[in-house]
Design a protein around this ligand. Structure first.
Ligand SMILES: Cc1ncc(COP(=O)(O)O)c(C=O)c1O
Length: 364
């Protein structure tokens, strides 16, 4: 099955085979070496030249675990979080801080709009209690790329900590983490890194990690300094998903061999092809071109074609697409192009899509 949903993604045979490596006790040196290797490769891939300024914390859990760990670990007593929300995943961060009553009113935007840096500057001046600003890099809800650099500049100039959810961004979109002074970036193995779901990570500036050691512990399992202390002895405080880690390590080797910039270009090319063909078929994108990511395109459903029909007919032919979320559930569909997909896979999908479109148009 070809997966055109934004994770879990299709992986290469090489990554799949890595699952079959020998059973391993997580307290043995071989496991420590495996985990240490993953941490180093994450830094090499996403913080080239600034590896020594950051640390990579590994978690067993999906992307949400990494985002929640970053959010809950980063707020001192009496301080608050300001969330920039323009989609389901921004909304999720708002809910996380809401559970702990750590929020100031979020800056909420329409799902087609990007946050305005000047509006953020004003809000930060009005809310001196804000310690952390949180934003999603690539808002998977619509495939929208947020202006991370412009927002990072404001956060930095106001001496706040910037937390970025790049769960669906890292590996698919450029992100200058060190140059933009991002304090925490959450990511996952199972999307553009092309591993399996089940492990995620947070890239944390070391100086900030040291400061977090004195912050309140709001979660027993997801407290980042706890992991950091274990990292020092090359371990993990809890049982890691060892087999998923084997595959994660292999996926990072593949990423480094391909090169992050080349992977981004491969994804960009695939999304451009999808968009061009859809345009020829008269299917309209939900976002303007300059807001779109390299890895997801959200399209308006063609007139009279229900999502479920489109999904099911494509699945019969071997392709899985993705529904809209929330208020967009019945009006759009999403096509992701993350993962080990070849140009033939993309062409096959486009041919299958055309077939469904023609069949449903004839019947209408
Ligand atoms: C931007 C973003 N953040 C967080 C998540 C949550 O990740 P997971 O479903 O792996 O918990 C997703 C999932 O698609 C996402 O796209």
């Amino acid at each position: 099955m070809i997966l055109l949903n934004p994770g879990p993604v299709n992986v290469s045979e090489r990554v799949r085979k890595a699952l079959n490596r020998p059973d391993l006790c997580h307290r043995e040196p071989e496991c420590a070496e495996l985990l240490q290797g993953i941490r180093q490769k994450l830094l090499k891939a996403f913080l080239p030249g600034a590896e020594s300024e950051y640390t990579a914390v590994l978690l067993t859990g999906s992307g949400t675990a990494a985002v929640e760990a970053a959010v809950l670990s980063s707020v001192p007593h009496g301080k608050r979080v300001l969330v920039l929300n323009n989609g389901i995943y921004g909304e999720r961060i708002t809910s996380m801080v809401g559970v702990h009553r750590l929020a100031v009113p979020e800056l909420k935007m329409d799902w087609t709009k990007r946050p305005d840096p000047e509006q953020l500057r004003l809000a930060l001046r009005q809310h001196p209690e804000v310690h952390v600003v949180a934003m999603v890099h690539h808002e998977t809800t619509t495939g929208l790329i947020n202006p991370v650099k412009d927002i990072a500049d404001v956060v930095d100039s106001q001496n706040r900590a910037f937390l970025v959810d790049s769960v669906s961004g890292l590996g698919g979109e450029p992100l200058d983490i060190a140059g933009s002074h991002m304090y925490m970036v959450a990511g996952t193995a199972g999307k553009c890194i092309q591993g399996f779901p089940g492990m995620s990570f947070v890239l944390v500036r070391k100086g900030f990690m040291e400061r977090m050691k004195s912050y309140p512990k709001r979660s027993w399992y997801l407290h980042l300094p706890h992991y950091y202390e274990s990292d020092q002895v090359a371990s993990m405080p809890f049982t890691p998903a060892v087999q998923v880690a084997y595959a994660f390590n292999e996926a990072l080797d593949e990423l480094l061999e391909e090169g992050v910039a080349n992977r981004i270009q491969r994804y960009k090319k695939a999304s451009a092809r999808i968009r061009q063909r859809m345009k020829e078929l008269g299917v309209k994108p939900f976002l303007p071109a300059d807001h779109q990511s390299n890895t997801i395109t959200c399209f308006h459903l063609p007139n009279g074609l229900a999502y479920q029909t489109l999904h099911d007919r494509l699945k019969e032919q071997g392709y899985v697409i993705y529904a809209g979320q929330g208020q967009l559930e019945s009006t759009v569909f999403r096509v992701a192009n993350m993962g080990a997909l070849s140009p033939q896979d993309i062409e096959g999908f486009l041919a299958a899509f055309q077939k469904v479109l023609e069949a449903t148009t004839v019947r209408a």
